[in-house]
Design a protein around this ligand. Sequence first.
Ligand SMILES: [Zn+2]
Ligand SMILES: [Zn+2]
Length: 342
Amino acid sequence: MKAAMLYGVKDLRIEDIPVSKAGAGEVLVKVKAATTCGTDLKIFQRGYVEKVIKLPTIFGHEWAGEVAQVGESLEWPEKGMRVRAGNSAPCLHCTMCQKGKYNLCENMIWLWGAYAEYIKVPARMVLVNMQEIPQHVSYEEAAITEPLACVLHGVEEARVKLGDTVAIIGAGPIGLLHLLTVKKMGAEKVIVIDLVEERLDFAEKLGADETVNAGKVDAVERVRQLTSGYGADVVIEAIGLPSTWEQALKLVRKGGTVLEFGGCPLGTEIKFSTEQLHYGEVTVLGTFHTTPLHFRKALNLIASRTIDVKPLITRKMKLEEIKEAFEILSTSKSEIKIAINP
Ligand SMILES: [Zn+2]
Ligand SMILES: [Zn+2]
């Protein structure tokens, strides 16, 4: 089969590799669509945490496809079924899992390899994180289940409420998914902040009530103006830089919540005022990844069209063009997600 192998930073090659067979409990799936994501772009541009991904490897983790082979001892799924799975599966028995923090599982297994013709789903993942895709949902949409699941987990932890004003820093795919989600949760006003005008226009089309170009105006001042001087009820950082993590703290009102969602480079730190935390009663939280429950919810919300993820797919490309796809994402201002069709 053809697969995109990542050897190192910006070193991505299409290779012919053997298709592995589904062993007991495993399922082999023919990939029909894989979507690009900020994490993939980060890995392509600057490498990643060794614990999560080891090179060389096939990468890509948002995908959906058709069951090609079902391993022994499985009653579900059936060959030919449309499914999505992964990209993680908690063990359900470590201390973190027992505390219900499945996203922090100490024995998490991760599945990479979406940019290929076939992907083999490990037995544990078949059990805890594989779903059938309803007929009316496209493979491209179903692939977006993963980032949406992460976003659902984040906004639930941040307790976005009906009538809230929410400020989102970053209008990339993750910021935009936050926008779509908090709108559905009843946010009264959503303010999206970015440096790129094209992305802000896109956010407006998706329902942002206000957009702020932080390269042109002072974002802190502008958010205060838009919130009668108070700051937003909830601020979501969806970029992953210490500077924007700190900026998020300046955009929140007293008693409000800051969700630091974007993962920063390893070893970085931020500063915040003890006064703001104590006298201002600001809640600051980070969230990482997501849980099988949220994967299920995310697919259901996509299927019911409660959250319409279709507009986020701005281009479709072939597997052979994957390097070009990442180069486009590195430079383009208007592409959000590219669907790769093997
Ligand atoms: Zn992703
Ligand atoms: Zn566990």
